[in-house]
Design a protein around this ligand. Structure first.
Ligand code: SF4
Ligand code: SF4
Length: 357
């Protein structure tokens, strides 16, 4: 194993001093639009880096608004149109050619992007989403302080899961340990002189941090057979009514869920010109599923059932993956303390029994 000039054994990974993160982001800004966690009037979201502020390294646990908003903005122009004697003329919005780099995404949110890709790059390829999503780098930052609402370890992930990122960072004190996960990540690190080889002691510290953060995720759910359990109690109106009783249909749990993607499309027309745009919508809203014949989810319990079953039953049927990452936002941010883990834990016993027979 190679050694540093002071004789310490080094590994294949790198490390970057936190004091050099500003310089590192400045270098990357030459090639990418860099996104970092940002507090906008107190609410943590993703924003384009301002070229100097790296204070998020101290305060950031996770953003309230997930990174899906970068690729599926809350409101997005699809095209503008103009009518004249010859008919309608359509103009597409200018596309941003700059590649993006997201610095510090949590493993749960990186996984959520991979889940969203399944929807937007399936039988129908969404050109707006894919134009943005296809050209960037994801830099993960392990979660040292998971919240009590987090349950990622019940969903094949962990606070330090590097599966869906190009580079994975672990906070080891004054420095960040850097693991290159993909070729893209390796290329990025090869271009900078700000990183040094990590030593065996750095790796040992990172291991400790990872184990400690894993242990801090104390909320657990049992996902074994969850799809079948939900299927078996799909028509249990009493259960879903009880579960939905306190919900006020505010939509927060869907707007801020990193894997929810429902949107509505509208035209805004002034005289002979206008814009078609899409904006986030929510299955929690009574008007969301309004159709010419009828609304199949008039009652609140049907809408809440939809949210749960979409994630834990329908998505696994379609894509073989649970569309929940255990990020805990829907638990943390619900104004009436509705809790998806309680809903899943308390599925009616008789329904579970039917399955076991
Ligand atoms: S955040 Fe809570 S109250 Fe609002 S729709 Fe979701 S479950 Fe209902
Ligand atoms: S359902 Fe809740 S815990 Fe799961 S990904 Fe969405 S917001 Fe996170």
């Amino acid at each position: 194993m190679p050694r540093t000039s002071s004789g310490k054994k080094v590994t294949n990974n790198k490390k970057v001093n936190k004091k050099d993160v500003t310089k590192l982001l400045s270098q990357w800004s030459q090639e990418f639009t860099v996104f970092v966690p940002w507090r906008d009037t107190g609410v943590a979201k993703w924003a384009k880096w301002d070229g100097k502020d790296t204070s998020f390294l101290d305060w950031y646990r996770n953003t309230v608004v997930p990174p899906k908003a970068i690729f599926l903005p809350q409101m997005e122009e699809m095209f503008s149109f103009q009518k004249d004697k010859e008919g309608y003329h359509i103009e597409l919005p200018a596309s941003d050619e700059q590649k993006w780099l997201i610095f510090g995404v949590r493993p749960c949110d990186a996984k959520a992007l991979a889940i969203l890709d399944m929807t937007f790059n399936d039988a129908y390829e969404d050109p707006y989403y894919l134009a943005k999503r296809n050209s960037g780098v994801l830099i993960g930052l392990g979660c040292a302080k998971p919240r009590d609402s987090c349950f990622c370890t019940s969903l094949d992930s962990s606070p330090t899961d590097s599966t869906n990122v190009d580079l994975m960072l672990t906070d080891i004190g004054d420095e960040l340990l850097v693991e290159a996960i993909t070729d893209k990540g390796k290329e990025l690190m090869a271009k900078t002189s700000l990183a040094q080889a990590a030593t065996e002691a750095d790796e040992a510290r990172a291991k400790e941090v990872k184990e400690a953060s894993y242990g801090k995720v104390t909320r657990k759910i049992d996902t074994k057979g969850i799809k079948e359990k939900l299927l078996s109690c799909f028509d249990n109106k009493d259960y879903w009514e009880k579960i939905a009783a306190k919900c006020i249909s505010c939509g927060i749990c869907t707007f801020l869920c990193p894997t929810c993607y429902c949107f509505d499309i509208n035209d805004e027309l002034v005289k002979n010109q206008g814009e078609r745009f899409r904006s986030w919508d929510s299955c929690a809203f009574p008007l969301y599923t309004k159709m010419p014949m009828e609304n199949p989810r008039v009652e609140k319990w049907r809408r809440l059932r939809q949210k749960v079953c979409h994630k834990y039953e329908f998505y696994p049927i379609n894509f073989d993956v649970i569309a929940c990452t255990g990020c805990g936002r829907c638990i943390r941010l619900c104004p009436v303390n509705w809790d998806i883990t309680q809903t899943l834990d308390n599925l009616p016993a008789e329904e579970k029994l039917k399955l076991e027979k």
